[in-house]
Design a protein around this ligand. Sequence first.
Ligand SMILES: [Zn+2]
Length: 412
Amino acid sequence: MTTKLYWQDPYQKEFHAHIKDVRPSQTPDSVELLLDQTAFYPEGGGQPSDQGNLNQSPVTYVYSEGSFIWHVVKAAEHTFNVGDQVKGVLDWKRRFDHMQQHLGQHILSSVFDNPFEAGTIGFHLGEHNVTIDLDKGPFTQKELIKAERMANAIVFHNRPVQSTLVTDDAYQALDLRKTPDITDEIRLVEIPGNDLCACSGTHPLATGEVGLIKITKSETYKGGCRLTFLCGWRALETFQQIQFQAQQAAAGLSVGWPELTETVDGLINESKHLSKESKDIHQLWSSLQRDQMLSEATVINGVSIVMMCDDRMEYKRLTFLSNSFRETSNCVALLGITNPSPRFVLLNNTLFPALSMQKLLKESIHLIDGKGGGNAVSAQGGGNRSEGLAPMLSEIQAAVISTLTQALSIEN
Ligand SMILES: [Zn+2]
């Protein structure tokens, strides 16, 4: 079996070992090494594996196979041979981060276990997020704040963290928060007076080293809840980012960052009010514009025909104007804008069966090199040739006048 130096001294950053076996790896350009002893923690129990290097070749992954620990090393074949001595150096920043998050998880889990009576059923330590899954919850904001305060009190008390190896029989008699998955080598991790559980991971030797513990998210998960949290350096870096962003946003609004929430709430309300006011103005403008256009319309057989081809109007206004014409009976409205590209709406609010906006669109849309669709009552589309829009609408208008004039002569 491989001697676990990381259990003997979780702060060991360098070590020497002998190679017991070498084998090819499925990881490209890599080999796998079995050592007689190692300070590299293999992935397990929610904690990712350590990284670093062996004789200056990068160690990208470490895993257990029974009681053997294999190191995936980026190196050419024959770089390492059985019997060679190697020097291992850990990526200590990564390892210490894992130790902070892992012990932080023990502390949070112990707090949710007592007094909140929520068991931890999952733990994930990712590159960006650390989560625990609880079998109870979700918890209120007030409960989460209480849990954070209790967890951080354990940190500030700087309690010792003790780990011991016990036999299968010995642990049966203990009241553990978490029981072990394996029974060949049982390791207990204890914060006296706070927590006792079975764990194979790496932890600092005092709770104070965890630093700040901060819950950042709570969500419902599988009948309980999932909490995202940060410890130590991660918590500091995240706070720095949040403060920087809050200060940037506050400076943009010319307020101090403690007033940010109040200021943003005010802006949201103002924006809602302006949005409603803008809608009201657009609607008023649309009905006035419609009435003006109807007063100047060509009227045939009781139907008002209006045409507009505007080179400055925005699409939003075209939408409001066309909606206003949708409510007008005995009317044909041919409305278009050219800027930045031609777009149009054709409306037929008459009872003449021979008049189809879709049919007229199909016949003329080639003039703007465009696409569109609709039905007899309403059609719309857009194109690529702005200069073709006025001729297109004129052609449609001529066809509408012709159809309505013919209908009039048939009626008479
Ligand atoms: Zn642990």
